[in-house]
Design a protein around this ligand. Structure first.
Ligand SMILES: Nc1ncnc2c1ncn2[C@@H]1O[C@H](COP(=O)(O)OP(=O)(O)O)[C@@H](O)[C@H]1O
Ligand SMILES: [Mg+2]
Length: 383
């Protein structure tokens, strides 16, 4: 961030640092919601008062790095560099290394029982898949074991993560739900292999056969009751994960009922532990769509005597430049109070770029505003 500090408090400092170190600093500062200049300031203080705390840093191939430091601090650093016979760049690099080594990513406390986040809205294109994906990544980045389920036969989430949907003849989630698959649902899981998630993030990919799920659930005579089909099918996964995130299809049929049922508060469960995350946009049609979802939730609660928590709204693709329609609709979402608006995500290019490149957003642009919003959402849901 380049916060315009009062020049009497801060001064601009330009130095040379290797790209990898700059990148690590940017990402960690974003993960911890700390300003870069504050991180560097802390690092310099720590380095000055702890001679020998870090080894020499390889500063070869450095390029320009600018930050704002409290006035006079850089001069103090330079004096120490002279007395320790290291270059100014080396002194700054060691200060940053020290801050990084002492400010690791805070790991989430893992929940005792699996927590279920059902990401929904029957309107397409509002960002369900983008948010399911980003939230799952933010949880896994923070140390949780996460399964993200692509429950939409359109398979956008699966494709975003660089995979193909399952073949129509292969075992699939829908077939497990309908009792038509042999074997274990765990065999469907695909690891999302990026360092940031270190073997903790798994995708359960989509299959086109889920287009038939509504019709088949409507007529099933199976021992499994319609609403419990999803829960029964993925029961086995629960012990392997801390969080299950479900990216729902844009529909309000039986498929959605199974997801709503899966979101219900279980006996003895904290009502805030699991539930629905409703993705909306700041525009009038989103409000109409929400009314219909709300009706379906109330019907299910009444018919089956269950409670389904709405954990909150995510207002996505927000663009205040759209004027009155955007700002007044946002106010309307905020007026609900319960559920509350958990985050507002602007319309940003990085999300579309990550999709185009089929890379997880938090790997592709870990310090972009949208990645930060995904971590804020994780925080709001896990605090
Ligand atoms: N905040 C955002 N900024 C920019 N593009 C976004 C954002 N959220 C979603 N998108 C893009 O908008 C399109 C629709 O989003 P998607 O998550 O697929 O919606 P849904 O799952 O509700 O149909 C996708 O191309 C996605 O990458
Ligand atoms: Mg989608």
């Amino acid at each position: 961030m380049t916060a315009p500090y009062d020049p009497s408090d801060r001064e601009k400092v330009v130095s040379k640092l290797p790209l990898a170190l700059r990148q690590e600093l940017k990402v960690r500062a974003a993960q911890l919601s700390v300003d870069i200049q504050d991180a560097v300031t802390e690092g310099i203080h720590a380095w000055r008062s702890n001679p020998g705390a870090v080894e020499a840093v390889d500063t070869s191939g450095g390029s320009s790095f600018a930050t704002y430091l409290p006035t006079g601090l850089y001069d103090d650093l330079k004096k120490d560099c002279k007395s320790r016979s290291v270059s100014y760049n080396q002194g700054l690099a060691q200060s940053i290394r020290l801050w990084l080594d002492t400010h690791t990513m805070p790991m989430l406390v893992r929940p005792e029982h699996v927590r279920r986040f059902i990401v929904c809205n029957q309107k397409g294109g509002v960002g369900k898949s983008a948010v399911s994906n980003g939230l799952a990544q933010a949880l896994a980045e923070a140390g949780a074991r996460v399964c993200v389920i692509d429950f939409d036969p359109q398979s956008h989430l699966t494709k975003h993560l660089g995979h193909l949907p399952l073949g129509i003849k292969e075992p699939s989630l829908a077939k497990f739900m309908l009792g038509e698959a042999e074997g274990n649902v765990r065999d469907l899981l695909i690891p999302v292999e990026y360092d940031t998630f270190k073997g903790r993030l798994f995708l359960l990919p989509a299959c086109k056969d889920a287009f038939l799920l509504d019709a088949k659930l409507a007529t099933t005579r199976h021992v499994r009751v319609k609403e419990t089909a999803l829960e029964k099918a993925i029961e086995d996964l629960e012990k392997d994960f801390d969080y299950i995130v479900i990216d729902c299809p844009p529909s309000l049929g039986y498929t959605m009922d199974t997801a709503l049922y899966y979101a219900r508060t279980r006996d003895g469960e904290n009502p805030k532990a699991s539930g629905l995350l409703v993705i909306v946009q700041a525009e009038d049609t989103s409000a109409d769509a929400y009314d219909m979802l709300q009706e379906q939730i109330e019907d299910m609660e009444g018919d089956l005597d269950v409670a389904v928590t709405q954990l909150g709204f995510v207002v996505n693709l927000y663009d205040a430049r759209k004027g009155f329609i955007a700002t007044s609709s946002l106010e309307e979402w905020e007026r609900f109070g319960d559920p509350s608006v958990l985050v507002i995500i602007p319309d940003l290019k990085e999300q579309r770029e990550a999709v185009r490149l089929k890379r997880p957003l938090l790997d592709y642009a870990p310090d972009c505003e949208q990645a930060i919003a995904m971590r804020d959402l994780k925080k709001a849901l896990t605090k």
